[in-house]
Design a protein around this ligand. Structure first.
Ligand code: FAD
Length: 255
């Protein structure tokens, strides 16, 4: 299998489609050439209409980079945006076996490798969990002895909107160095609701302050991903709580 340059367009094949939530589908794309990537990177997807019109969007890889020597497929988590050109196509038209044009991996700023043992903080809003999920999976698969403690604060509207919930909760239950807070912004807590890791309000300054206090040291890095206003609010909370600006990395998916 050959390797490819980031700028080359490849034709990938859709090998699995999974409905992850009411608004997000996971697509596994089989790549024709060996394409190593780092956790946090994205690919550009390009659609071409019969009249030649092209639409191009970026989608983060949610799968782990392993095995780095033979990365033949990637998982993308595509959120349906109302009237969105490309996300609607993925949700309404893409079928198993379809060919999708893409290029990548792209991006170096919003990446993480499990080399430093210092704590890492992740804050995700909605589909902004995608690149962070790649980092979390990479961390779980890493063959290093002392792995970075990780704190994930994940904002979703309702229980049904929590992407990768079973996987995240399983990691949180089994790994004492992985702290999980799921913030449900449009759900009321009911008495019978006894689920762990949940808070029934937005991620706010008190949430972050109390979560940071569980870490032994300041995080070496913080990663925030989601819509622009979410990212901006979360970054401001971190800076306000004394986290250095140059340790905060952000990725904005949309308005
Ligand atoms: C580096 C990077 C990585 C990304 N990774 C992912 C990913 O993993 N999963 C994912 O689902 N998306 C991701 N996105 C967003 C994605 O590239 C598209 O912008 C998104 O799918 C909307 O495209 P569309 O063609 O469906 O909508 P468009 O036709 O471009 O837009 C339709 C309308 O929706 C608004 N809009 C566009 N994007 C959003 C949004 N995210 N939220 C709310 N409103 C929006 C537009 O302003 C416009 O009014 C990423 C973006 C970037 C820059």
């Amino acid at each position: 299998m050959n390797s490819t340059a980031t700028t080359d367009w490849q034709i990938a094949t859709v090998t699995s489609i999974h409905v992850e939530s009411p608004r997000v589908k996971l697509f596994t794309l089989e790549l024709p050439v060996n394409t190593p990537f780092r956790a946090g990177q994205h690919f550009d997807v390009r659609l071409t209409a019969p009249d030649g019109y092209k639409a191009q969007r970026s989608y983060s890889v949610s799968s782990s980079p392993e095995p780095a020597s033979n990365p033949t497929s990637i998982e993308l988590a595509v959120e349906l945006i109302s009237d969105g050109e490309v996300s609607s196509y993925f949700h309404e038209a893409v079928e198993l076996g379809d060919k999708i044009e893409l290029r990548g991996p792209i991006g170096g700023h919003f990446t993480w490798s499990p080399i430093a043992a210092k704590p890492v903080v992740m804050i995700a809003g909605g589909s902004g969990i995608a690149p962070i999920m790649s980092m979390i999976r990479h961390r779980s698969n890493a063959a290093v002895i002392k792995i970075s403690p990780m704190l994930l604060m994940f904002s979703a509207r309702t229980e049904a909107d929590i992407l990768f919930s079973a996987e995240l909760e399983s990691i949180a239950v089994n790994d004492p160095d992985f702290n999980l807070i799921i913030a449900l912004t449009r759900s009321e807590e009911v008495e019978s609701d006894n689920r762990s890791f949940r808070q029934f309000r937005r991620i706010d300054r008190p949430t972050i302050k109390s979560a940071l206090s569980t870490l032994a040291t300041h995080p070496s890095r913080s990663y925030i991903c989601g819509g622009s206003s979410f990212v901006e609010a979360m970054a401001n909370y971190l800076l306000d709580l004394g986290i250095p600006n140059n340790s905060v990395r952000t990725e904005r998916f949309g308005p």
